[in-house]
Design a protein around this ligand. Structure first.
Ligand code: ADP
Length: 283
């Protein structure tokens, strides 16, 4: 048995040149689709803005872009020069999504090199203009696009979104391992749909069991950022383009997203997450 600090001597953040006009880039990832990664990314971006930060969001989920829907945005970004796109803006957040540029069905058939080149362009050839933080909503899973992004972008860190089900946690573990391999700090794990909140009586039911993600985070020595319940108000506001943190910032759920964003900002700016916890390796 040996104690191993992830990739000793390696830089704490991933490689690649900085994104013009962006101070910090945070990737939001999940092991599989449908766990609420995009909803969480959107509300976290708004949570950062609630603290007075200048925020952008890049929808890199090329197979199923949804930030245009979450932000209630339509229309196409303008070209500001031969290669520079102007992001759209809503609720004070600059938004860029492949969903603005191609029909949803076309996006689904993109693969391999095209995906990577599209993500790189949307990251680097956009007039982000002076952002404190850019939230990147990654495609689900741990394929080439995610790996390239993790390797080529100077990420401040990654946030993993998981549901409490075991299967999702196994998938989430793959995501954690991928970021560790390329020396991207894991800023923490968020458990989404952690329990069901009945809209009629406010009774909370842990439909998928409870505490799985917190235990998994503890076991792996990564911060547990918090739980977001499965709640109709989150679903309705998201699907209507009125995200809860923007439209009902004092609600209990919005306050959770805002609290997680604050915690994340603190760990990004103090570098707390750049020191991975020692890992026990059985040999
Ligand atoms: P992913 O990006 O992981 O594929 P989405 O963010 O698109 O997942 O969410 C999938 C669906 O679940 C959407 O309809 C969304 O509104 C809903 N959803 C996400 N998080 C919650 C939540 N905490 N409570 C209720 N519905 C949610």
């Amino acid at each position: 048995m040996s104690v191993n600090h992830a990739a000793p001597g390696a830089p704490a953040t991933s490689k690649g040149s900085g994104i013009p006009g962006v101070k910090h880039v945070v990737a939001v990832a999940s092991g599989k689709g449908g766990v609420g990664k995009s909803t969480t990314s959107c509300n976290l971006a708004l949570g950062f803005a609630a603290s007075g930060l200048k925020v952008g969001i890049l929808d890199a989920d090329i197979y199923g872009p949804s930030q245009q829907k979450l932000f209630g945005l339509r229309g196409k970004p303008r070209m500001l020069g031969p290669r520079l796109l102007e992001p759209l803006e809503r609720f004070g957040i600059k938004v860029m999504s492949i969903g603005f540029l191609v029909e949803e069905n076309n996006a689904m058939i993109w693969r391999g090199a095209m995906v990577i080149s599209a993500i790189t362009q949307m990251l680097r050839e956009v007039a982000w203009n002076d952002l404190d933080i850019l939230v990147v909503d990654l495609p689900p899973g741990t394929g080439d696009a995610q790996l390239t992004m993790a390797q080529q972008t100077p990420l401040a860190g990654a946030v993993i979104v998981s549901t409490p089900q075991d299967l999702a946690l196994i998938d989430a573990q793959r995501g954690i391992e991928m970021f560790r391999k390329v020396n991207v700090p894991i800023l923490g794990l968020i458990e989404n749909m952690s329990s069901f909140c009945c809209p009629a009586c406010n009774h909370i039911t842990p439909i998928f069991g409870h505490g799985g993600a917190r235990d998994e985070a503890e076991r792996r020595g990564i911060p547990f950022l918090g739980e977001i319940p499965l709640d109709i108000s989150i679903r309705e506001t998201s699907d209507d383009g009125r995200p809860i943190v923007a439209t009902d910032p004092d609600s209990v759920h919005a306050r959770r997203y805002i609290a997680i964003a604050r915690q994340l900002w603190q760990s990004i700016t103090t570098g707390a997450a750049t020191k991975p916890a020692p890992r026990i390796v059985i040999e």
